[in-house]
Design a protein. Structure first.
Lengths: 158, 749
């Protein structure tokens, strides 16, 4: 099958690869670009472990074809920290908001997308925004608290 | 680092430092099962049965092998013969023999140069089936006329006259049951059912296997126990364990489901057939749900006698459990001892049968057997409390097991904390919140044995006075942090100066998996013993330098000190000073301890839940939830709370949403997360926790193990709360909205 030449921007860097027409963005990120921080938990858009931001929109990368990333800007967990951790990343560590950590990259990416739209979310708003990100270890309690404290820190209220 | 208010006098134990693997896990750097790759690596896919029960008449692999890029196919014909017992079970589950036994049973596997190509090739493998009658429900499987799934599975224990699908029977008890029931003011008897649920770890099973024609191989795999992977793969493939080196990846959840093999021998067998090229095999979510680790489903009769004052005079259970088409997988051996473990009742009779059915081979799931047993027994206790107008906590305080009680399953308890959890629950503000219309409150207690098990740990002192600890129990929920805290506490050095690593099978003696809530207990205990050895050696080095007797040296605050004024006057020699010159004072300093760990301390918990049920839809909303559990000692309280919260939420899912739904064709109807609905963030409130600490005398720092008990009380507690909210007692899980709505209508007549 003829492959498709895809030119895209990932975490601020130019990236290009040859995609099978059936290949998902998730597989391209992981297998072609070596960005294995984005996880596959279901492959059907139900668990959110593969969450990335494409042109500012939170998407499940398992539901998007790699070829669709042509000309777009993709942000993954690997691009979240600069020299210092993003407040969400640091708060997740300090709150013990992760156990196995497998859902963590997707939840961090999704939470970042939330706080960019709504810097002062209620608990309920956080819970509904993250309802598409499954975590089987924590019961979500410490995740919600970590997002709240990161939001407060980012608002300068901490 | 905030110090919790503990009376212990510990410097580090009870604090909440950052976990050592935290940074890798929030940046995407942590490597899980599917994140590992090797040069020249192939990708594999598995062909699975679409039938619940069928004879395999023919497997044609020619079209798959003809595809460019396909390098190997394996079927059962490629595996050795002559296995027996559990090894044969494992092999039968790895690849079906002449019959497939459940929807999703593996039939063949193929390796190719890409994952997409491997999936294409799998579709080209033509399997001809002769469909056989099937049965998936536990009660139907032992009813007269049910299709016999496998001949000759019954062992000596099965009474005559039972259906051939009954594989095992167990019974034990004590006291005079009839006299106990006669002494009661009321005797009640009901049947309770729980459906199978899945552990639901978000990381699907994944591995990379490599094996040459000499039968030597390597494997990288997400697992709770890499020595188990080694032993089981070796048995299934007919190779020697020492020829397989297994390295665990980070693990994306397990909850018991990753203590056994599913795809791992396939990756190795394919690699060998493909000339030794490494093979990556990753399950899809649908494969995970169809073919790995669900729990048993259960049908349970319970009978209890109670006096008007709440005294329980006698109890009787008969449990029927199916754990799939393989003998030995249903947890009757755990469910029965857990049934009445929270109580001290003068007369008890326990009976259970294991039944096989056309379902996947069950695997352990967090306190295997205990949640089902708790649902049955705690539900009936609650029903009788409501009938007699008694407070459910008072009744449990009155009948609950205490220090020194004889347990319901035989041994005497030593020091346990059930009563303390009940008192703490009673005193908690959640127990006093007034309830509104359509709201109800449920209380239940739960139990897990905890486990010691085979454990091997090494510790080495660094040249700079740090310590590295090598453990063999994969870290699922923060155990590297808790073991690091204990070692740092013992050595008297900063937590940051201890690095704990999970090492591969070549680096230590055999370790059992991280199961039975044992990692922090057993690896922690062995790590402290290893540290004790290193301290003894460091004291010897200091003594030699000072020219005094080693017995005259003591260790405190990270340094050797003269034990008293008679020992001589020397400034303390720190671990850093000793480490810096150890090369010239006798060589490397390390400690090693291996043991089948004993001294396990049982774990009890009590939960209180408030729910509101929508009378229009039957939907249950959890309003507030309280977990009280005895940790023994909470080494890292944040991760103890995390275990309590996570266990409770898995139990909430089991109670309200989760179930395996089989169609009339015997196929699993909901093998995706959209339809197998685990709790999501918007389903839940915060999960309140109280950590009770009744130290376990069998551990140097009092650890019991905290992982499992938390999943047991939610099932009966939520059913009790729903009964309180609606007046309708539902004796089968899950309490899905249609079922609750129907029960509300039925209760109203």
């Amino acid at each position: 099958m003829t492959k498709i030449h895809v030119t895209t921007t990932v975490n601020g860097d130019p990236a290009e690869f040859l995609a099978d027409p059936r290949e998902t963005l998730l597989d391209a990120l992981r297998d072609q670009l070596g960005l294995t921080g984005t996880k596959e938990g279901c492959g059907t858009g139900d668990c959110g472990a593969c969450s990335v931001i494409v042109d500012g929109v939170l998407v499940c990368s398992c539901l998007m074809l790699a070829a669709e990333a042509e000309g777009k800007t993709v942000e993954t967990i690997e691009g979240m920290a600069g020299e210092e951790l993003h407040p969400l990343q640091r708060q997740f560590i300090e709150h013990a908001a992760l156990q196995c950590g497998f859902c963590t990259p997707g939840i961090l990416v999704a939470a970042k997308a939330l706080l960019e739209r709504n810097p002062d979310p209620t608990d309920t708003e956080i819970r509904y925004w993250l309802a598409g990100n499954l975590c089987r270890c924590t019961g979500y309690d410490k995740i919600i608290r970590a997002v709240q404290d990161a939001a407060a820190e980012m608002r300068g209220a901490a | 680092m905030a110090k919790d208010e503990l009376k212990s006098g510990y410097k580090l134990i009870g604090t909440r430092p950052n976990r050592p693997d935290g940074l890798d896990k929030v940046t995407g750097r942590a490597r899980y099962g599917a994140d590992f790759s090797l040069p020249g690596m192939l990708h594999a896919a598995v062909v699975r049965s679409p039938h619940a029960h069928a004879r395999i008449k023919n497997i044609d692999v020619s079209k798959a092998l003809a595809l460019d890029g396909v390098k190997a196919v394996v079927t059962r014909a490629d595996l050795p013969t002559g296995l027996s017992g559990e090894d044969l079970n494992l092999q039968d589950n790895t690849l079906a023999g002449d019959r497939v036994l459940y929807d999703g049973h593996a039939v063949a596997a193929v390796a190719a140069t890409s994952a997409l190509l491997a999936k294409d090739a799998a579709r080209l493998i033509a399997v001809e089936y002769e469909i056989l009658p099937h049965v998936t429900d536990v009660d139907a499987a032992m009813a007269p006329g049910a299709p016999v799934i496998r001949e000759g599975v019954a062992d000596y224990s099965v009474p005559e006259g039972m259906h051939p699908n009954v594989a095992r029977y167990m019974a034990f008890g004590h006291g005079d049951l009839e006299a106990g029931l006669a002494a009661a003011d009321i005797v009640r008897e009901h049947t309770y059912k729980t459906e199978a649920t899945h552990q639901g770890y978000i990381e699907p099973h994944a591995c990379v296997g490599q094996m040459g024609e000499d039968g030597r191989g390597e494997m990288w795999v997400c697992t709770q126990g890499h020595w188990y992977i080694r032993r089981m793969c070796a048995a299934v493939l007919g190779i020697e364990a020492a020829n397989l080196r297994v390295t665990p990846s980070e693990i994306g959840g397990g909850f018991g489901g990753k203590t056994t093999i599913f795809i791992e021998p396939l990756a190795l067998a394919l690699s060998k057939k493909a000339g030794g090229r490494p093979v990556k095999l990753v399950m899809t979510r649908s494969e995970v749900l169809r073919a790995t680790g669900p729990t048993a489903s259960a049908s349970m009769d319970v009978k209890l006698g109670m006096k008007r004052d709440g005294t329980i005079t006698a109890g009787q259970v008969f449990f029927r459990m199916q754990g799939g088409a393989f003998v030995g997988m249903s947890p009757i051996g755990e469910a029965l001892p857990c049934a009445f473990a929270c109580y001290d009742i003068p007369a008890l009779k326990h009976e259970a049968v294991e039944v096989i059915a056309n379902r996947p081979k069950a695997a352990a799931y967090r306190a295997p057997g205990s949640p089902m047993a708790a649902f049955a027994v705690e539900s009936l206790v609650d029903e009788m409390c409501r009938e007699l107008g008694l407070d459910p906590i008072e009744v449990r305080l009155k009948n609950g097991a205490k220090n020194g009680s004889r347990s319901s399953y035989g041994p005497d308890y030593t020091v346990i904390g059930l009563q303390e959890t009940l008192e703490a629950a009673k005193a908690h503000p959640n127990y006093k919140v007034p309830l509104g219309p359509n709201q109800g409150r449920g209380v239940a207690s739960g139990f897990w044995f905890n486990h010691g098990g085979e454990t091997s740990v090494s510790l080495a002192v660094g040249e700079d006075g740090t310590a590295t600890v090598s453990i063999g129990t994969p870290d699922i929920g923060g155990s590297r942090a808790s073991i690091g805290l204990m070692v740092a506490e013992f050595l008297g050095i900063p937590y940051e100066n201890v690095r704990v690593s999970v090492v591969e099978t070549g680096a230590l003696g055999v370790n059992e998996p991280t199961h039975g809530s044992r990692a922090t207990f057993a690896s922690g205990k062995a790590a402290v013993e290893a540290a004790r050895q290193a301290v003894a050696e460091m004291c010897r080095r200091a003594a030699a330098d000072w020219g005094i007797d080693p017995d005259a040296v003591e260790w405190k605050d990270g340094a050797a000190h003269p034990a008293g004024p008679n020992a001589g006057k020397f400034p303390p020699m720190s671990i850093g000073e000793i480490g810096a010159k150890m090369g010239s004072t006798g060589g490397p300093i390390s400690g090693h301890h291996e043991v089948t760990a004993e001294g396990v301390g049982a774990s009890f918990g009590t939960h209180v839940v408030d729910v509101e049920v929508d009378p229009e839809t039957g939907r249950t909303t959890v309003l507030r939830y309280l977990v009280v559990q005895d940790a023994g000692t909470a080494i890292h309280p944040a991760y103890v709370e995390g275990q309590y919260q996570g266990g409770a939420v898995q139990g909430i899912g089991w109670a309200l949403n989760e179930e395996y739904v089989y169609g009339a064709d015997g196929r699993l109807q909901n093998p995706v997360f959209l339809d197998y609905r685990v709790p999501v963030a918007s389903d839940l409130p915060m999960i309140d926790t109280v950590i009770v600490e009744v130290p376990n005398p069998g551990h140097p720092y009092g650890v019991r193990g905290v992982g499992e008990t938390g999943i047991t009380p939610p099932l009966p507690a939520i059913a009790a709360a729903v009964a309180g909210a609606t007046g309708a007692r539902i004796r089968s899980l899950p309490l899905s909205p249609p079922k609750v709505l129907a029960a509300i209508k039925a209760a109203k007549g």
